[in-house]
Design a protein around this ligand. Structure first.
Ligand SMILES: [Cu+2]
Length: 227
C-alpha cells in the first residue's frame, strides 16, 4: 500500500476514534429524559371517565436525580408508580384525578395559586372535604400545585404537617402521612397541553425554580389529548 493510502487509513481511523469520544462525552453530559407517556385511552370504555392517580413526593428516590422533587403516575395497567408524567387522554372526556400529596409545604408567594380554578364545579376535595381555595398561611402551607395553564386549571395541594415526611418515592399511603386531593376536569379537543407545578419547590436551587422544577417529567408534563 502506498504511503498516502496508509496515511489516509490512519487518518480515517483517528477520526472515527475522535467521533466516538465526542459521542460518548455528549451522551454523558446530556441529561437523561426520564419518563415517557402513560396511555389512559384504553383503561375504560369509550366515553367513560378516566381515573388518573398521581403522587407528589419531596424526593423521587430513583433515576438520575433521586433527590429531586417529583410527580409520579400510577400505571393504571400494573399499579406501579412510574415517572411517566405525560398522559395520553381521550378528547372531551371527564378525568377524575386523585393526587396523593406526600411533601411538606410553605406559604405561597402568589396567593392566586391558592385558588381552585378550572375544575368541575370550581372545587376540589381535600381528604374528603370540598374546598375552593386554600389559605397557604394556614396548616402546613401548600406543597405543590397542579396546573394546566391552557385549560385554566389550578389546584393547590396542601402540605403535610410535622416532620414525618416520606424521604424517597414511591411513597405509599399505607406508610406515610399524606393529603389526598381529588377533582375532575374535562379534556378539550385533541392537542398537547402542558401541565406544571407553580410552587417554586426545587429546593436548593436559585429561587427554587431549578432541579425538578425546570426538568420535564418531574414537576410537569403534558396532556397528550387524542381523538
Ligand atoms: Cu412542585
Amino acid at each position: 500500500m502506498s504511503k498516502g493510502g496508509r496515511l489516509a487509513i490512519s487518518l480515517g481511523l483517528f477520526l472515527v476514534v475522535v467521533g466516538l469520544v465526542v459521542w460518548a462525552v455528549a451522551v454523558y453530559l446530556t441529561p437523561g429524559t426520564p419518563g415517557g407517556e402513560m396511555n389512559f385511552t384504553n383503561t375504560q370504555s369509550a366515553g367513560q371517565p378516566v381515573n388518573l392517580t398521581v403522587e407528589t413526593v419531596g424526593a423521587i428516590g430513583f433515576g438520575p436525580h433521586p433527590s429531586w422533587v417529583s410527580y409520579l403516575t400510577k400505571d393504571p395497567h400494573t399499579g406501579q408508580w412510574v415517572q411517566d408524567n405525560t398522559w395520553k387522554l381521550p378528547a372531551n372526556t371527564v378525568v377524575n384525578m386523585t393526587i396523593e400529596q406526600f411533601d411538606s409545604g410553605s406559604p405561597l408567594r402568589n396567593q392566586q395559586w391558592g385558588q381552585v380554578e378550572g375544575t368541575t364545579g370550581g372545587s376540589a376535595s381535600l381528604n374528603g372535604t370540598t374546598y375552593t381555595a386554600f389559605d397557604s398561611y394556614s396548616g402546613a402551607g401548600v406543597g405543590h400545585t397542579f396546573a394546566v395553564p391552557a385549560l385554566g386549571i389550578v389546584v393547590p395541594l396542601p402540605g403535610v404537617a410535622g416532620n414525618n415526611i416520606c424521604g424517597a418515592g414511591p411513597c405509599l399511603t399505607s406508610k406515610w402521612p399524606h393529603n389526598t386531593i381529588t377533582f375532575s376536569f374535562k379534556t378539550p379537543g385533541p392537542g398537547n397541553y402542558n401541565w406544571q407545578c407553580f410552587v417554586p419547590c426545587g429546593l436548593g436551587y436559585l429561587y427554587g425554580n431549578g432541579g425538578g422544577m425546570s426538568a420535564q417529567n418531574y414537576m410537569g408534563g403534558f396532556l397528550d389529548v387524542v381523538r
